[in-house]
Design a protein around this ligand. Structure first.
Ligand code: BG6
Length: 515
């Protein structure tokens, strides 16, 4: 029976309906050029993500991956390096046949960032790839390089015509954080990039937005009736956003010393998480509607004051991480023994609108903490009246909805329940949803999703310059104050951070969760 004759009125065949979002999204003809291709990010995340996309059949048949760097590598030498990176970092099984097909489109161009000849060679290589691989002249330039090099690279891309789109082809630029080190430098960077690439061709990567569990914040809030009615200051006491890591910073001195935890992750990942939790419902899930809501809520957000009481920072000292004895930051290779770089940072934000007036948002992050966990806990007020004796509810805390971003992805609802027995005793219990149990398919890596979005020209998960600037506006006063208030407090590795962080919450009678 043909659906066109027997289907109910208004029925659309989902296999034919172009609006059906369940169809896999496959990138059209394109190439990806990576600057900083021999760096850590490229080796551990970008190249494996490209392989995983190829393995899932989401790249076009003539895809090209071009590495640009100082090494005098042949295409084959680059391919060998990329194969090793893909094999070590891939999420899906490594298959030789998939790799061989991908490797046909691998190229390497030798050059330094201030070298005309290197960029001329790159331009020639990209033109050649149009016929060799059928890239259609569509290229994304991934700048996995220090921001100080952005101006030079952008200038060369402009000079050689690499940045120029035509009516039939696109050119995009992907920028990795840090987007500057304060508001002024972020503005300068935005101007440098904007002089070469129009804003709709600029994709600023915040890889947290590529995580499934982060996108699930929107599903949880806006696809359900259960949560949104209580998602406000009438019911919510406060929100805690935690990004804790157990790793230290050995080997990352070049990037991290002088940057610190607040610039490294609060300015981007944690403030983005906060915006998704606090924003209003967008009119739809288009990039412009989502960004408009994030911008609106960030414009309503300010730092709680005084900074000395509403923030905390620390630096890890030696200690034990599980059964491993570890050194403090100052003893890590490459760090200045007098370094005042913070490895733990916490601050308090307030959102000045009807929904959130009076509800503090506490953000904290740290290295060498008790364990690796990122979570968002929406902590509710106590019930206005408890018809029990105080002894019956001694072990009852506040209700909480916890979005477990990683590593144990899911959602936990914490509420009070009667303890079995003859007495009326109420204690907290957890009700859990775990991704691993509810779904059979494993989540793609954030970079898989984001690289595919770049190739598809889908900008929803990429912050715009205004969001970046608003985040710096929140952070700048904290950084200025910390810069003149002496060295950060030391905390022992393997603990949950400096005493100052506990004192910060204790001032309002609250405590941090111990995830
Ligand atoms: C990066 C930070 O953005 O995120 C790192 O620069 C941090 O310092 C990393 O370790 C954590 O990412 P994830 O996805 O492992 O939580």
């Amino acid at each position: 029976m043909s659906p066109s004759t027997d289907a109910p009125a208004g029925w659309v065949n989902p296999l034919r309906d172009p609006r059906d979002r369940r169809l896999p999204r496959i990138a059209g003809s394109a190439g990806l050029v990576i600057f900083g291709v021999t760096g850590d990010l490229s080796k551990k995340k970008l190249i494996p993500a490209v392989y995983d996309l190829a393995n899932r059949g989401l790249l076009p048949p003539g895809f090209a991956l071009v590495g640009f760097g100082r090494r005098r590598w042949t295409h084959a030498e680059f391919a060998a390096f990329a194969r090793e990176s893909a094999r070590e970092g891939c999420r899906t099984p490594f298959r030789d046949d998939v790799w061989e097909r991908l490797a046909e489109g691998l190229r390497f161009v030798t050059g330094s960032f201030d070298d005309d000849a290197g960029f001329d060679a790159l331009a020639a290589q990209l033109t050649a790839l149009e016929t060799e691989r059928g890239t259609g002249g569509n290229y994304a330039f991934y700048l996995s390089i220090p921001p100080d090099d952005f101006p030079t690279v952008c200038r060369h891309l402009e000079r050689t015509g690499c940045a120029r789109a035509t009516d039939l082809s696109w050119r995009r630029v992907v920028i990795e954080k840090p987007f500057g080190h304060d508001l002024a430098s972020a503005r300068e960077l935005n101007e440098v990039v904007a002089a070469v690439f129009p804003e709709d061709s600029v994709f600023r990567i915040d890889h947290y937005l590529g995580k499934e569990t982060v996108q699930n914040i929107l599903a949880l809030r806006f696809a359900n009736q259960l949560f949104e009615p209580v998602w406000n200051g009438n019911h919510v006491d406060h929100v805690q956003i935690t990004m804790a890591e157990d790793i230290g910073l050995g080997g990352r001195a070049g990037y991290y010393d002088g940057i610190g935890a607040a610039r490294d992750v609060i300015q981007n990942h944690l403030i983005q998480l906060m915006a998704l939790v606090a924003m209003e419902e967008p009119t739809d899930f288009s990039a412009s509607a989502l960004r408009a809501e994030k911008i609106k809520v960030l414009e309503s957000t300010s730092l709680a004051l005084p900074i000395a009481e509403t923030t905390a920072r620390g630096q890890y000292a030696g200690g034990w991480q599980g059964s491993e004895q570890v050194v403090g930051l100052k003893e890590e290779e490459g760090y200045d023994p007098a370094s005042t770089t913070e490895t733990f940072a916490a601050l308090t934000l307030e959102v000045h609108n009807r929904r959130w007036a009076g509800v503090p948002f506490y953000l904290r992050t740290g290295k060498r903490l008790g364990r690796r966990v990122t979570e968002i806990a929406v902590v509710f007020r106590r019930a206005p009246h408890l018809p029990f004796d105080a002894t019956m509810t001694e072990e009852l805390g506040k209700n909480a909805l916890v979005i477990r971003v990683q590593p144990d992805e899911g959602v936990t609802l914490r509420f009070g329940s009667k303890v079995p027995g003859t007495a009326m005793e109420v204690r907290d219990v957890n009700m859990d949803f775990a991704y691993g149990e509810a779904f059979t398919e494993s989540s793609p890596e954030a970079y898989e999703r984001l690289i595919l979005d770049v190739l598809l020209g889908e900008p929803s998960l990429f912050p715009v310059s205004r969001e970046v600037e608003l985040s710096w506006e929140l952070l700048d006063p904290v950084l200025e104050q910390w810069a003149v208030s002496g060295p950060p407090e030391q905390y022992q590795s393997g603990t949950w951070g400096p005493r100052g962080a506990d004192e910060m919450l204790a001032r309002s009678g609250r405590t941090w969760r111990r995830p």
